[in-house]
Design a protein around this ligand. Structure first.
Ligand code: CA
Length: 260
């Protein structure tokens, strides 16, 4: 028995195509759109990671030979926070490349030139598989509920300092003192990537080097001021008491930790 459809299943699956050959990218876009998929495209590994962060895809078609990052590196970075199935599309038929991609976390591997009908069948299979992935995407920081799949953060209604009921009275806000409503918290793409790495390593120290490399790229290992700036912003947006963070902790001289 398949589980009941979740509300999210009502929309068309979103597929991210990562491919630097314009003709192949175009052919894939046309074929996927014709079958009702929502399509996003990225010609480089960095753009793919940024796009996947901005709007998480349901599945990813990934060329291994990209102009900036190696495809396997893109998969490893994605796997830090995304469970979306990845189908590698590669001109490299060597078993080393195939094993490398699968070890990095790819779900399937298709060799160029490929048959479009076969690729679409594999995509459908990957999406079915992805539907049963465990929900490891919900976290909380104080009053904030974070959903990494939908990229939403809700800050729940806070306590009402002046509306505490007297004994025996119903707990309703006093007139003129409305409850703090739940609200949506907005993060920038950079803040999302930082937060995702920390949340998916819950309880573990994440080194500044790793955060800088995964969020800003190689060559930024010494830019620790970027981290301090963006971590301070995350705390202001998410922690109940930002100057005394309880969840997004600094490990001086080493890195940061999300303490659930
Ligand atoms: Ca290529």
């Amino acid at each position: 028995m398949s589980p009941p459809a979740r509300p999210a299943a009502a929309r068309n699956p979103r597929i991210l195509i990562v491919e630097d050959e314009p003709a192949l990218l175009r052919a894939l876009q046309i074929n996927l759109r014709a079958r009702g998929y929502e399509v996003a495209a990225a010609p480089t590994g960095r753009e793919a990671l940024a796009e996947a962060t901005r709007q998480p895809p349901d599945a990813i078609l990934l060329d291994l030979g990209l102009p900036d990052l190696d495809g396997a590196e893109v998969i490893r970075e994605l796997r830090g926070w995304s469970a979306a199935p990845v189908i590698v599309i590669s001109g490299r038929a060597g078993s080393g490349d195939k094993m490398g991609a699968l070890d990095a976390g790819a779900d399937d591997y298709v060799i160029k030139p490929f048959n479009m009908a076969e690729l679409l069948a594999r995509l459908r299979a990957a999406l079915r598989h992805g539907d049963h992935a465990p929900d490891r995407a919900r976290f909380s920081i104080g009053r904030c509920e974070i959903d990494l799949t939908s990229h939403t953060i809700t800050r729940n209604a806070g306590p009402l300092p002046a509306a505490r009921p007297a004994a025996g009275q119903p707990a309703t806000p006093a007139a003129g003192q409305p409850a703090t409503p739940s609200e949506t918290v907005h993060l920038t793409p950079t803040e999302w990537r930082l937060l995702e790495i920390l949340l998916t390593s819950a309880g573990q120290l994440v080194s500044s080097d790793r955060l800088l490399t995964e969020v800003w790229g190689h060559g930024f290992e010494r830019s620790t001021h970027y981290l301090r700036f963006h971590m301070a912003r995350l705390r202001r947006k998410l922690e109940d008491d930002p100057p005394r963070p309880r969840y997004l902790l600094t490990e001086p001289g080493m890195g940061y930790r999300y303490q659930p």
